[in-house]
Design a protein around this ligand. Structure first.
Ligand code: ATP
Ligand code: MG
Length: 371
C-alpha cells in the first residue's frame, strides 16, 4: 500500500522511536491492527542513524532457525548492508521461502551465520533495527519440529545477540506477535529471555483515525460518506484498520448513513464469508490452547450477548461450568488470557467488553458450533 494512502499514527511512531533510542522492544497488539504496516513504515523512514529490515516469520517454516538466518541475510544483502564473500557460499542447501541458499558450514550453524552477518551489517550501517515479525509463529515452528527446549534456546540466542559486545548499541530488535508472545514464552519457561525488552502495545485506530480511513476508502472511488457512517464503521470494527477497510469495501454505493454500514456488516456476516474470522476463531484456540479451550469458548459464549458490560463473574462461572476442575484463580486466568490476546478488555465496574464488536457478532453466528 502506498505510504500516502496510510493513516498517520504519530503516537505509535513516536513510541517506537523513543524506545529504540534506548533498547529493543516487544511490539504486540490485536490481529490486523497494523503492526506489519507500521514496521514497513519504519523501514521506509528509519530512526536517525539506523537502517531497518523487517523479516516476516509467519508461514510454514521447515527449518525455522536457518530460515531466520537466511531471511536476515537476504534482506541485508538487498538493503546493501551486506556483501557476500565467495566463502559465504550460495550453493548447497535451498531453504523454502527464501531465495538464497546456505553452504554446509552455515547450514550447521545458522546462529553463527546470523551473528556474523549482523556484525558486518552494523559495522556498515552504523546502526541497525532487526524487526522480526510474527515471532510466535516461528517459535511454534521450532517447538513443533525441534521441541520446547530448542524454542527456549532460540529466544535465549536472540537475547545473546542483543547483548553481544559489538551489537549491544548498534543492534536493536523489534519482536512482534499478535498472539501473546509473553504468554508463549511463559509456557516455554523462557520469560527471562524477553525481560530485557521494553513492551509496547499497538492500539487500534482512534475514532478520528478510523473515520478518516473509512472515509478515504470511499472517497477514493468518489463514493459518499457521512461522518456518522464513518464513526459507526470505526466503532463496529473496534478501530481495526483491516475491518474498517473491509466494511468500506462492502459499501458499493458509499455510506450515506449509518444504516449503510449496518448493511455492510450483514454482508460481512453472510455464511459465504464465515471464514474471514477463522484465524481468530476456534482454530486459534485449538492450535494454542487446546486444554483450556472448553473454558475459553464458554467465556466468550457467556459474554457474547452484548458489545460492552458483560459481568466478569458470569464469565468466570461459565469457565468453571465448562471445566469443573478449574479453580477460581485458573478461571480468572482464562479471562486474562482472552484479554492478553485482545478478544476482550476490561469494562466498567467488573464487566468485560469486546475489543472488536464485529467479531462478537461473528461469534454468535459461527463461533461455537456446539451451542
Ligand atoms: N495506518 C494505516 N492506514 C491504513 N491502512 C492500514 C494502516 N495500518 C494497517 N492498515 C491496513 O490494515 C490491514 C492490516 O494491517 P497489518 O497487516 O499491518 O496488520 P498486522 O497487525 O500486522 O496484522 P496481523 O495480526 O495479521 O499480523 C492491512 O490491510 C493494512 O493495509
Ligand atoms: Mg502482521
Amino acid at each position: 500500500m502506498p505510504e500516502s494512502d496510510l493513516i498517520d499514527r504519530p503516537a505509535v511512531r513516536q513510541k517506537l522511536l523513543s524506545v529504540l533510542e534506548r533498547k529493543s522492544l516487544l511490539l504486540y497488539g490485536p490481529r490486523r491492527v497494523g503492526k506489519s504496516t507500521e514496521l514497513d513504515r519504519l523501514v521506509a523512514n528509519p530512526p536517525p542513524g539506523r537502517r531497518v529490515i523487517r523479516i516476516d516469520l509467519e508461514g510454514h517454516l521447515h527449518y525455522p532457525i536457518q530460515e531466520l538466518a537466511q531471511g536476515a541475510r537476504r534482506h541485508l544483502v538487498d538493503a546493501g548492508l551486506l556483501q557476500l564473500d565467495p566463502t559465504d557460499g550460495v550453493e548447497s542447501v535451498q531453504f523454502a521461502g527464501f531465495g538464497l541458499t546456505l553452504n554446509e558450514h552455515e547450514a550447521e550453524d545458522p546462529w553463527r551465520t546470523l551473528e556474523g552477518d549482523l556484525l558486518r551489517a552494523v559495522g556498515r550501517s552504523g546502526g541497525l533495527v532487526l524487526a522480526l515479525d510474527e515471532v510466535p509463529w516461528w517459535l511454534e515452528a521450532i517447538e513443533t519440529k525441534l521441541g520446547a527446549g530448542q524454542a527456549r534456546a532460540a529466544l535465549a540466542a536472540l537475547r545473546r545477540l542483543r547483548q553481544r559486545t559489538g551489537l549491544q548499541e548498534g543492534l536493536r530488535m523489534i519482536l512482534t506477535g499478535s498472539i501473546g508472545l509473553n504468554a508463549l514464552a511463559a509456557e516455554l519457561g523462557a520469560s527471562a529471555e524477553l525481560n530485557d525488552l521494553e513492551q509496547a502495545i499497538m492500539p487500534p485506530l482512534d475514532s478520528a483515525q478510523g473515520a478518516a480511513l473509512f472515509e478515504s476508502e470511499l472517497t477514493a472511488f468518489s463514493l459518499p460518506c457521512t461522518p456518522q457512517a464513518a464513526q459507526e464503521a470505526t466503532r463496529l470494527a473496534g478501530g481495526s484498520p483491516h475491518w474498517i477497510k473491509r466494511l468500506a469495501s462492502l459499501c458499493p454505493t458509499g455510506a450515506s448513513s449509518a444504516a449503510k454500514v449496518e448493511a455492510a456488516v450483514e454482508q460481512l456476516l453472510t455464511p459465504m464469508r464465515r471464514n474471514e474470522f477463522r484465524d481468530e476463531g476456534r482454530e486459534h484456540f485449538e492450535r494454542r490452547h487446546r486444554a483450556r479451550m472448553p473454558a475459553l469458548l464458554a467465556i466468550l459464549e457467556s459474554v457474547s450477548h452484548v458489545d460492552k458490560g458483560a459481568p466478569k463473574q458470569g464469565a468466570i462461572n461459565a469457565a468453571i461450568s465448562a471445566l469443573p476442575e478449574l479453580t477460581h484463580a485458573q478461571a480468572m486466568e482464562c479471562v486474562f488470557l482472552l484479554m492478553d490476546e485482545f478478544y476482550l478488555r476490561p469494562g466498567a465496574a467488573d464487566t468485560l467488553d469486546w475489543v472488536n464488536p464485529l467479531f462478537r457478532r461473528w461469534w454468535l453466528l459461527y463461533g461455537n458450533p456446539n451451542v
